[in-house]
Design a protein around this ligand. Structure first.
Ligand SMILES: *Cc1c(COP(=O)(O)O)cnc(C)c1O
Length: 405
């Protein structure tokens, strides 16, 4: 891997990342020494007296037990864990990955302002911008994801309040030059929000100029395809006040049961990611040699868009990537390929233990001119199955694909 993040941590006298994943978000002696954070369900918190009640209400931005919607010890434990994984200071758990996008956009934007959104953004983010944000008087400008600092400079206006990043982007996996783009935004007084779901513990957003980092906890942190949860993390107090106020105003809340399951996911996150990264790289390299494949869109492979930025800024890769098929194959042939595969599930989302496949056609909606790839694209999520079986399943799919030529 390009960067030895583990060695950096050791040099700073911190435990290495794998060790930290076993320590974060644990209450220790506060729950009689039990290893794990307790699962606390609750709305009402009763106070011993009025002085106690009043003292807590002045601490709404802290992890204070005031009322369930502001968080329970289970939420706070997960928030501490995710702040640590992202390299930030404070985290707000919200109801879904999509809420982790819409909550900060609402916190940072008001009528008359503009947000810059990459053309390859997660589809529901685009829907929110074109629908609700537009209705509130916020203008969205889409930009090609591989824009450079000079290109971005030309788009900045006095009313540009937010630069949104998603790196790598959905379906086509372009890696952005985050530090250069963040510097331009900051020079113009704009805030930098980033969807860091793919990069997760392999990309440290705050060390690269990001102000607000977004995680769909649903994906790798959950890790088992059985929860929906989001997290918004910051590294500065001024950002924390905005995020916490927005979450309170919107009544953002997530089930403590889901938070508790996400904490369980945190403990095995490092090992799962490493294993799935290696399997995915093995499969991606094998796919590059297949006659049916035009190119593989995997940030860790040379030739994938923004590979040089991945190499410079990331310490690893997750296990979701795109495969561009040769132009000989039409959408119907791709459907036949996917139907012939028995191990890969046909399903949305990713980050679980199981392999998934989806055609990207229909999910790719571009308005800023990016996204010409030369053939049908499928998206693969590589799970924990043996790679021999994964490749055999893809072979089955390719036979069906060729049969439809
Ligand atoms: C899945 C996903 C989300 C949304 O997460 P949900 O929990 O499903 O709402 C956000 N961003 C990216 C990049 C995603 O892939």
């Amino acid at each position: 891997m390009p960067n030895d993040h583990d060695a950096d941590a050791a040099a700073e006298g911190k435990a290495r990342p794998a060790t930290r994943l076993t320590q974060v978000g644990r209450p220790g002696s506060r729950v009689y020494g039990y290893v794990n954070a307790p699962l606390v369900r609750g709305s009402t918190v009763v106070h011993p007296d009025m002085a106690h009640q009043r003292s807590l209400y002045t601490r709404r931005h802290d992890q204070a037990m005031i009322y369930g919607v502001l968080g329970t010890p289970t939420h706070f434990a997960l928030e501490d864990a995710i702040a640590e994984i992202e390299g930030g200071t404070r985290c707000q758990i919200v109801s879904s990955g999509l809420s982790a996008i819409t909550t900060p956009l609402l916190a940072y934007l008001k009528a008359g302002q503009t947000v810059l959104i990459p053309d390859n953004v997660y589809g529901p983010t685009r829907r929110f911008c074109d629908g609700m944000l537009a209705g509130l008087g916020v203008v969205t400008t889409y930009y090609p994801p591989m824009i450079d600092a000079a290109g971005l400079e030309a788009l900045m206006r006095p009313e540009t309040a937010v630069l949104f990043l998603e790196s790598p982007g959905s379906h086509t996996f372009e890696v952005q030059d985050v530090p250069a783009l963040a510097a331009v935004a900051h020079a113009h007084g704009a805030s930098v929000l980033m969807d860091n779901t793919w990069g997760i513990q392999f990309f440290q957003p705050f060390a690269h100029g990001v102000d607000v980092s977004i995680q769909a906890v649903t994906k790798y942190i959950g890790g088992h395809s059985d929860i929906i949860l989001g997290a918004v993390t910051v590294a500065a107090d001024k950002d924390w006040v905005k995020i916490k106020d927005a979450a309170m105003s919107l009544g953002q809340y997530a089930s403590p049961d889901d938070c508790w399951l996400a904490l369980r996911g945190v403990r095995s996150l490092g090992i799962r990611l490493r294993h799935q990264m290696e399997s995915a790289l093995d499969v991606a390299r094998w796919l590059e040699g297949r006659p049916e494949v035009l190119r593989v869109l995997h940030p860790a492979l040379p030739g994938s868009p923004g590979h040089e930025f991945w190499k410079r800024d990331f310490t690893g890769a997750s296990s979701l990537f795109g495969v561009v098929l040769k132009p000989d194959y039409a959408p119907l042939a791709v459907d036949a390929m996917i139907d012939a595969m028995t191990l890969f599930g046909i399903g949305a989302s990713w980050g679980g233990y199981e392999s998934l496949v989806l055609p990207s056609t229909g999910s790719i909606n571009r308005t800023a001119g990016s996204g010409q790839f030369g053939g049908e694209i499928i998206r693969l999520h590589i799970g924990m199955e043996d790679v021999v079986d994964i490749k055999a399943d893809l072979e089955r799919g390719f036979a069906a694909l060729r049969g439809m030529e």
